[in-house]
Design a protein around this ligand. Structure first.
Ligand code: KIV
Ligand code: NA
Length: 264
């Protein structure tokens, strides 16, 4: 997979993206043959126990990116630039983007609109492909004042559409659209010649992305309307641990087949 193939998939074949944060989940994603693995900063919510993506650091993303790369050495990997790793100084931002590539990412993802065009152009010029991210952008949670669907008012529709057009102009190879009304994401998808990848953005995007833990049901308290849970691994794992506990307490484990015998 590469950015040109992804762009060529638009209008022909839906793009499948899934997050992964560690070696086992990356192995599963690669085995399933997804088109893109995202080392998302949702790492914070899904693995590190934070209640938003905001605390996630470059060091944390890099540790998990390297683990994902080891599990999925042949997959196309996008890594999120965490909050505050970009947007302050241009030099710092480019260096941080480059560090993600050095550590195994094939591209980086940046939240926000045309304000980042200068940074995006610089990244592309030195060999760093960039994916955009519009609609509800979780790093700006404190500006939005909550997890709110975007694109409901005419004025915000126009702003999001304009930002999508500008992001394409400055060279992003794809844009994630998150929690965006379906009419707006459809309009953006039709207007752009690069693929849109939706999460909570309706049926008309060029691809979809979901969080690994949501797909497999590892986080039973979190069931957003836009997500789909395909398995209940939390319960499967809980049952396994309960069975193990019961076996130890009742002397059913270990059995003779589990023991090592010494010589005479
Ligand atoms: O971090 C993440 O999981 C994401 C997806 C929601 C696109 O950015
Ligand atoms: Na993210």
């Amino acid at each position: 997979m590469n950015i040109q193939r992804l762009i060529n998939m638009k209008g022909k074949e839906k793009i499948v993206m899934v997050t992964a944060y560690d070696t086992p989940s990356a192995k599963i994603a690669e085995k399933a043959g997804v088109d893109i693995i995202l080392v998302g900063d949702s790492l914070g919510n899904n693995v590190l126990g934070y209640n938003s993506t905001i605390p996630v650091t470059m060091d944390e993303i890099i540790i998990h990116l390297k683990a994902v790369k080891r599990g999925a050495p042949n997959s196309f990997i996008v890594a999120d630039m965490p909050f505050l790793s970009y947007g302050c100084s241009l030099e710092e931002s480019i260096k941080n983007a480059g560090l993600l590539i050095k550590n195994g990412a094939n591209a980086v993802k940046i939240e926000g609109g045309k304000i980042h065009c200068n940074l995006i152009r610089k990244c592309i010029n030195i060999g760093i492909p960039v994916m955009g991210h519009l609609g509800f952008t979780p790093q700006s949670l404190n500006i939005f004042g909550g997890y709110k669907v975007q694109g409901k008012e005419q004025s915000s529709k126009e702003i999001i559409l304009e930002n999508a057009v500008q992001l394409e102009k400055c060279g992003v190879f794809s844009i994630v659209l998150e929690m965006l009304t379906e009419d707006v994401s459809k309009q953006i998808t039709e207007k752009l010649s690069i693929p849109t990848i939706g999460i909570g953005a309706g049926r008309f995007c060029d691809g979809q992305v979901l969080v690994f833990h949501d797909i497999v049901g590892l986080n039973p308290e979190f069931k957003p309307k836009f997500s789909k849970q395909y398995a209940n691994t939390f319960t499967i794992m809980l049952d396994a641990l309960n069975a193990y506990k019961e076996d130890v307490k009742t002397n059913k484990f270990p059995e003779e087949k589990h023991i090592f015998k010494g010589g005479k």
